[in-house]
Design a binder for this molecule. Sequence first.
Ligand code: ADP
Ligand code: G6P
Length: 480
Amino acid sequence: MARRTTFDFVIAANRLPVDRVVGPDGEVEWHRSPGGLVTAMDSVMRGRDGAWVGWAGDTGDAPEPFDEAGMWLHPVPVSAEEVEQYYEGFSNDTLWPIYHDVIVPARFRRVWWQAYERVNRRFAEAIAEVAAKGAVVWVHDYQLQLVPAMVRELRPDVRIGWFDHIPFPPVELFAQLPWRQQLLTGLLGADYLGFQRQADAQNFVRACRQHLGASTKGETVTLPSDEGRPQRTVRASAVPISVDFEGLDALARTPEVQERAAEIRASLGSPKTLLLGVDRLDYTKGIRHRLKAYEELLADGRLSTPDVTFVQVATPSRERVEAYKQLRTEVETTVGRINGNHGAIGSPAVHYLHQSYPREEMAALFLAADVMLVTPLRDGMNLVAKEYVTCRHDNGGALVLSEFTGAWHELHQAFVCNPHDIEGLKQTILRAIGTEAKDKERLMRALRRRVADHDVRVWADRFLANLEAAPERPERRRDA
Ligand code: ADP
Ligand code: G6P
């Protein structure tokens, strides 16, 4: 606890990189938090002398701030009711569906919005407490869209950036939100806004024009002077997120990971073709479409066990939200049916694992898999696609990638698919299996080059350079 109390570099995300889990006998354990945001920011923050403001994943009083691998973690308390209303409700049952093409219907509840505002304010106050004078504050993702303006109000001296890890919806979908103006105004408190794709940034700019009547030009939104505050310009542009290529590549080259990859293949009965899916158990990931395509390929006799097997790792996620409960039931029923119809003793057609694993095990799975199936219906980026490519230092394997991921906009040498087109998806899977090894190697080499040249460090540096170069605010010029 006894450490410097303010920092020149502060990030805020709904989750801290670790979750506090209290066992049945009151023992406290810290587990790594799920999701791509934590994977990326954990590697950006290591070695930087910065603070991370976030929720520790349980309810009630927040733990005292503490040091973790050179980061200062500053927990924000969230009550049980707020978990229900701010996190499960507004963040994941209102915003998440709207921002992902309304794959499931969004629910609008005014008490959820009130909790969202309240928790966002608490985050802003925590940031104001730990940020040193003139600090760089980097806010993350859809759970904290009101924070930029709230921080600006409390601390006009700091530089504020926000990055959207998920898609930003087309204006027609965004328009459904009863609180659309407040969300836009919240974001415009930032100096710079980063998005995964140019289309996301443009959707945001268009929403500002349409719903705030703001004047916009290219990547910028200009806010008129208001109540004595001078005119301000905010820039919104694309900076696609990535993975720690060097670290993950090195991990995948260790003898332990390589041996484990061989062991995984052997324990699956040394199939000719191992298909792999790795996702949070989320309806955006297209797991049902993937299973349907695989089931039909087995039924058509175009694939057969034990020559082929499929490992689906599905990390538990948002388990109390109704749409996630339904998805789990559907996925587990389908897996049961596929295994019932197409499996044999000792060789199930699908190995379904509803668990989280250490990084080493994930790297070994990637190295073991002949075909990686990344088939989201909508995904801001999809780091799994980039992790798979990174682990394939042997230039082996093949990546089937949905055109509805941010990753597709960079990884053009993947086997592209439209997951809604089941027939097309089946053809793509067969093509990924059947393409000659030397052609697949060429594709994989190109994919690896792309990720190596655009890794997470490049992403963070670009974001921070854009934040630094963002149109300067007149107040700052006067203070200088
Ligand atoms: P999202 O952020 O929507 O979950 P991404 O693909 O961008 O999707 O990021 C997921 C991250 O979680 C990746 O770093 C991936 O390796 C990790 N991950 C996914 N499933 C598991 C699992 N079962 N165990 C451990 N890590 C996992
Ligand atoms: C995605 C989101 C993150 C979120 C993660 C895991 O990556 O962009 O903000 O943390 O999913 O979801 P969870 O609800 O468990 O935090």
